[in-house]
Design a protein around this ligand. Sequence first.
Ligand code: CO
Length: 134
Amino acid sequence: MIGRLNHVAIAVPDLDAAIALYRDTLGADVKPKQDEPDHGVTVVFITLPNTKIELLHPLGDASPIQGFLDKNPSGGIHHICYEVEDILAARDKLQASGARVLGTGAPKIGAHGKPVLFLHPKDFTGTLIELEQI
Ligand code: CO
């Protein structure tokens, strides 16, 4: 059911420092900052030959990643995103097997303009999983 790894998301306490690290130290192709007020984050995509890295930084007072950064002050891997062809079919299959989908269960439009869902980390070996319909 899941396809390619779309991205790995890393929550960072200092976005400019993380951009400089990936652009200057690691020599990666770093895209411009993108504010996502609906998701409470500013994101920066880094294009690698085989996948993307998504740097996440809190936007606004009620950012869903603020708690993660409070627990992980240096930052850390926040979620990984797998591609699926049919997000509603994937959701229904996962829910039927007992997996919890976060929020209302209805897909939201993610940072790439495509429908996304998040799966509860406790049901997936401690890893927050994002599904993105490609
Ligand atoms: Co993501």
